[in-house]
Every structure is written in structure tokens, then in C-alpha cells.
Design a protein around this ligand. Structure first.
Ligand code: CUO
Length: 660
């Protein structure tokens, strides 16, 4: 795909031609409205485009001269495209190929009009799941749509975020024209200890972040080089795993164990979730032995891939496809390994190292029907929307994380010189009360229900309990010898294990959670650096709901007004899950503050410009990851001697998280 080559050149030319943002927002809303029904007749421009726009006549509006468009049209003409009203999975090679053909078409559009008309045309002719994926990916990456707020996916394809009991009630509500707001219960029963942390794995905000992380950093991406994508794959999932383990602690569960190919998958999972088309998501009983999955992978082959990757770690280099070696015993090694393990299109030797992680998702997702005898649809593990519901997700990622740790543990520990920033001495840190609680959250289901134009809409919602925390702040007192820009990193780490034993820093450092990282200035003398939880650079606020986006865009278009939304980025840990759940007595964590030189920042203006503010787990869209140091620094390497950490620019204290 060569769209990126032309994007820069077109950027200047097209900015002037951009229609107003409100109109763009309205268009994207309308393309996603009732996605399994035809475009509404009152959306006249889209309806017209779907019926009478002939894409072939407009290849002059494609930066590739229509190559991508003609490819997709040919597939359509040959009746090769997946039918509508069928499940879609990104991990299905053919289905992904089709979705990416549309991504290719949309990313080559030189004007928003062309983007819109092509999208409307293919919306009516392609599988709906493929269309939604392609539209989300294209809006995320197209230079034409950077001001559009993508609606929360839980309100576009709610089937993947709620359970079948609620969906049945929603259908009944629609049939009987009776508005409803149903309680969404977490999957499972109290007999299953894993259910105690279902509030985390089934949190719609976590699921939304996870899907968007993979939309921002797609494994198939071959466009403009995305900075440190492989390392981000490691880091975002490492943090997800660390956060999950922290949740388990307050729920009296031991850390999740990793997956072993030659042992049974200990925990089963009954998703209680249904596809819009394709039936129920398959169930897996407890202690299922791994089966080879026909057409996907044999377990013995996956073991071979694992062993090749671990050989590379032991040897300290990757063997590239051309036989050359890439050294990985350095800061950059984790990035190379991330690409190899996922694997992404950046992997330098897929033939040899395969796609361990992606294959594992598919293999786990197909354990209920590994020979495809029963024509079951893909399991929850085969969708980023649903994967974290299954306890096997965290086992899988613990396994991946262990491989990454094997590599990190081979690197030399940081020395005092690596950690010391002698300009600053932290004298004290005040942390306000840290407390968590559960609250109710409501989201709309109506986009998942079919409609015809002569049936009235009824309000159909569900509400679910979700974790939140009281806003908090910290106040760092630091003495500086001279004025300088500084980098601040804030971490919390569970202090005890599940048996209440205090852990040595080298035992728990892998469970460290990044709360915030930012750049600011210090002046010679005493400084006070205040920071609020709401400013955290790892988290994003609640997404604007789809009904609200529709309302705001329609109103803005009608009045020629501006849209009120600023936060376009959907990749980011949910703000309200910044803290792990505490306990009534208070769960103890280490609270670590590290201040290093501002030179750790990649961009010069980071102290005054946060570049979209959600870079911790998601980088800065279209720019370099802002922190030059390895992600997780300085807890990413072994800490054999605690003394190394006792530099004046570091401060550690115990804090308690209380759960109310
Ligand atoms: Cu995100 Cu496995 O990479 O789900």
C-alpha cells in the first residue's frame, strides 16, 4: 500500500478543501448508523452515493489512480466478497484481506467527498463487519479525518460488548415498542473465582481501549513507519497484564498463571455473548487440552516458534529473512522482538518466527470446534473487542510477557549513572487520598437492532457496574540546582503478594503500573510540581456517546456551529481505571517518582505541549513516541541491588488504596 507516499504531498493541497468538521462528523455518524440496515433515506447524500455514485468514474479522486478501487470493484463484480449478515473476524485471512481492500480505497481518497461517496457505496455492498473495521481504521489513519471523533464501538456493535440475555431483552423491547434499560451482569457465577475480576476483563472502556490500540497499531500496517510499534505491543499488553494482576490482588486471587501449550487450559469460559449473525460465541470447558486447529496451526509448530524466539533471546540476535543478524541485546531489541512475536508486517522473518501471538489468539478462539465440524463462529479470543473477557486472554498475554521478560532480564541492570540526574533532589511527595468505588454506567444498544423506516425508534439501553476512583493529585517538592526541563515518571507497584508477604523490588518490579509521565520545568531552588489524576498521560476520559455525537453533529451542521468535542483519540486506558481497586482496609502500593532530565523527551516542546495527552500506552499519533528511554524505565530491567535506586531524583513511599 503506497498511500503514505502521497499523503504528505496531498496534505497541503487538501487541507484547504476539507469540509467543515461538523459535516465530517455527521457523515461518519450516519455511515455507522444502524449498520446492518440500509442507509436511511433521509441521509440523502449518502443514499444517493450508495445508489448512483459510480466509483469507476471518479478514479481521478484517488491518489493511486484508482488501483485499490479497481481491485475492490473487481472482487465485488466477481462475487468474491463475503456476504452481508455474516460474522467478521480480523484474524480470518480472507475477511481481513477484503476489509483491507476497503481501507486501501479510503486511504487513497484525495478529498473527503470521495471518501464519503466510496464509503457509502461499499457500505451497501460489503459485509457490515468488514465495513465497520475498514471505516474505523481509515478514519484513524486518514489525514482527511483527523478531527472526527469515532463513536464508542460498544454503541456501534453492542453485541460484542454486552451479553446475550440483554440482547434478547433489547429485541423484545423493540418488538413490543417498550423502552428498556437492562442490567448487564458480569459473565459467570460466584462459584467461579475468576468472576471476581470479570468487572475488569468485561469493562467496556478496557475493551474499547484494546480495540483502538490495535486500530492505531495494526499488525497488518505497511504504511508510514509507526515509531516503536513492536515495543508498544509489548508495553501496552504488559501494562494490561500488570493491571489485571493488581485487580486480582484486592479480590484475593493469585497472579494469573501463564499458558502452557502442553498443559490443559485451566479456566474454561462461557461467554454468554451472541453474534448479531452467526449464533452464540462458543464455550470452552475447564481444563481443555489444546487441540491443533485445522487451517490455523498445530500445537507442535507453535512450540517450535516459541523455541526459535527464545533461541534468539538466548543468542542475543534475530536471524532476518536474508540471513543477516539483528542484535537485540540493547534498548531497541524489545521493539524488534515485539514485531516478531505479535507478529506484525514489520517482522523481518515471518517464515522463521511465524506469528506466535496472533496464531495463539486464533488457536484459543477455536478450541470448541478445532476441526470446524460444527461450523461454530470464532471464539471471543478472535476479536479485540471481546478477548479480555476470557481469562485465557490474560494467561496468553502472561505467556507473551514472560518471553519479553526473558529478553529484558538478559540486559545489564541500570547503573547509578543511568538513573542519576544530579540537578534535582526530591524532598517530599504529598499524595491525596486514593480511593476506588463502583458506579453505574449506561450505554445505548439501539444501533445493534434492525429497523425499518416505518417502525418508531424506542430507547434501548443497558447499564453496568464499573470501577471508578475519586480524583486525586500529587504534589512533588523538589530542589533544583539550576533551571532545566525535566521528565517525570510516576509508578505504583503492589507491595505485597496475595499472601501478604512484602516483596523485594526485584520480585514485584514487573508488576509496576505507570500512572503518569510528563515533562515540565524546574527552577533553581525549591519547586512544587502539582499534577492531577485527570491529567494523566496514560488515560483518556469517557468517550462521548453515539447519541450525543449524533445530536451534536446534527445541531452543529444545522446552525453552522462548531462541535464541542476536543478529545478525538480513542486509544488510552480509561481514566476511571487509573487506580486498581483497593480494599476496605486499604491495599498498599509503592508510589515511586522518578525525575530525569528533560532531554529524555523526543520533542522539544513537551513541557508546554502534551501532543494529544494520551501517549503513555498509545504514543503520539503520527509522531515519535515522546520518551527516549525504554518503556517501563527504570523498572524494565533487573534490580539486583536496591541501593542503585537510591538516587536523590527518585522518591518512593507507601500509599494505600481504599475501596469504598
Ligand atoms: Cu491485544 Cu493479544 O494483543 O490482544
Amino acid at each position: 500500500m503506497q498511500w503514505v507516499v502521497v499523503v504528505a504531498a496531498l496534505l497541503v493541497a487538501t487541507v484547504a478543501a476539507l469540509p467543515d468538521v461538523a459535516h465530517q462528523q455527521q457523515t461518519i455518524n450516519r455511515l455507522l448508523y444502524k449498520i446492518t440496515s440500509p442507509i436511511k433515506s433521509t441521509f440523502t447524500d449518502l443514499k444517493e452515493a450508495a445508489q448512483s455514485w459510480n466509483p469507476k468514474e471518479h478514479t481521478d479522486q484517488c491518489s493511486d489512480g484508482g488501483v485499490a478501487l479497481n481491485r475492490l470493484l473487481q472482487e465485488l463484480e466477481d462475487h468474491r466478497l463475503l456476504e452481508q449478515h455474516h460474522w467478521f473476524s480480523l484474524f480470518n485471512d480472507r475477511q481481513r484481506e477484503e476489509a483491507l481492500l476497503l481501507v486501501d480505497v479510503l486511504l487513497h481518497c484525495t478529498s473527503f467527498e470521495g471518501f464519503k461517496n466510496n464509503a457509502a457505496y461499499f457500505r451497501e455492498r460489503m459485509n457490515e463487519g468488514e465495513f465497520v473495521y475498514a471505516l474505523y481504521a481509515a478514519v484513524t489513519h486518514s489525514h482527511l479525518t483527523q478531527h472526527v471523533v469515532l463513536p464508542p464501538l460498544y454503541e456501534i456493535t453492542p453485541h460484542l460488548f454486552t451479553n446475550s440475555e440483554v440482547i434478547n431483552k433489547a429485541y423484545a423491547a423493540k418488538m413490543t415498542q417498550t423502552p428498556g434499560n437492562f442490567k448487564l451482569e458480569f459473565t459467570g457465577s460466584p462459584k467461579n473465582p475468576e468472576q471476581r475480576v470479570a468487572y475488569f476483563g468485561e469493562d467496556v472502556g478496557i475493551n474499547s481501549h484494546h480495540v483502538h490500540w490495535h486500530l492505531d497499531f495494526p499488525f497488518w500496517w505497511t504504511g508510514d513507519k509507526i515509531d516503536r510499534k513492536g515495543e508498544l505491543f509489548f508495553w501496552a499488553h504488559h501494562q494490561l497484564t500488570a493491571r489485571y494482576d493488581a485487580e486480582r490482588l484486592s479480590n484475593h486471587l493469585s497472579p494469573v498463571d501463564e499458558l502452557y501449550w502442553d498443559r490443559p487450559i485451566k479456566d474454561g469460559f462461557a461467554p454468554h455473548t451472541v453474534y448479531k449473525y452467526g449464533g452464540e460465541f462458543p464455550t470452552r470447558p475447564d481444563n481443555k487440552e489444546f487441540d491443533d486447529v485445522e487451517g490455523v496451526a498445530r500445537i507442535r509448530d507453535l512450540k517450535v516458534l516459541e523455541s526459535r524466539i527464545r533461541d534468539a533471546i538466548a543468542l542475543g540476535y534475530i536471524i532476518n529473512a536474508d540471513g543477516s543478524h539483528t542484535d537485540i541485546n540493547n534498548d531497541h531489541g524489545i521493539d524488534v522482538l515485539g514485531d516478531i512475536i505479535e507478529s506484525s508486517a514489520y517482522s523481518t522473518n515471518v517464515a522463521y518466527y511465524g506469528a506466535l501471538h496472533n496464531q495463539a489468539h486464533r488457536v484459543l478462539g477455536a478450541q470448541a470446534d478445532p476441526k470446524h465440524k460444527f461450523n461454530l463462529p470464532p471464539g471471543v479470543m478472535e476479536h479485540f473487542e471481546t478477548a479480555t473477557r476470557d481469562p485465557a486472554f490474560f494467561r496468553l498475554h502472561k505467556y507473551m510477557d514472560g518471553i519479553f521478560k526473558e529478553h529484558k532480564d538478559k540486559l545489564p541492570p541500570y547503573t547509578e549513572a543511568d538513573l542519576l540526574y544530579s540537578n534535582v533532589r526530591i524532598t517530599d511527595v504529598e499524595v491525596s487520598e486514593l480511593s476506588t468505588y463502583f458506579e453505574d454506567f449506561e450505554f445505548d444498544l439501539s444501533n445493534g437492532l434492525d429497523t425499518t423506516e416505518n417502525i418508531n425508534e424506542v430507547s434501548v439501553k443497558n447499564h453496568v457496574s464499573r470501577l471508578n476512583h475519586k480524583p486525586f493529585y500529587f504534589n512533588i517538592h523538589a530542589h533544583a540546582d539550576h533551571d532545566d526541563k525535566i521528565t517525570v515518571r510516576i509508578y505504583i507497584t503492589p507491595k505485597h503478594d496475595e499472601n501478604n508477604v512484602v516483596l523485594h523490588i526485584d520480585q514485584n518490579r514487573w508488576g509496576t503500573i505507570l500512572l503518569d509521565t510528563f515533562w515540565t520545568e524546574v527552577h533553581a531552588g525549591d519547586n512544587e510540581i502539582k499534577r492531577k489524576s485527570s491529567e494523566s498521560s496514560v488515560a483518556i476520559p469517557d468517550r462521548v456517546s453515539f447519541p450525543q455525537l449524533i445530536h451534536d453533529a446534527d445541531e452543529a451542521v444545522a446552525n453552522g456551529a462548531e462541535l464541542p468535542h476536543k478529545d478525538t483519540r480513542a486509544c488510552g486506558h480509561p481514566q476511571r481505571l487509573l487506580l486498581p481497586k483497593g480494599t476496605h482496609q486499604g491495599l498498599e502500593f509503592w508510589f515511586d517518582v522518578f525525575i530525569t532530565s528533560g532531554d529524555d523527551g523526543v520533542h522539544d516542546d513537551l513541557d508546554v505541549n502534551d501532543h494529544g495527552s494520551t501517549h503513555g500506552y498509545c504514543g503520539i499519533h503520527g509522531e515519535k513516541y515522546p520518551d527516549k528511554r525504554p518503556m517501563g524505565f527504570p523498572f524494565d530491567r533487573r534490580i539486583p541491588v536496591l541501593k542503585t535506586f537510591l538516587v536523590p531524583n527518585h522518591h518512593g513511599q507507601t500509599v494505600k488504596i481504599i475501596h469504598h
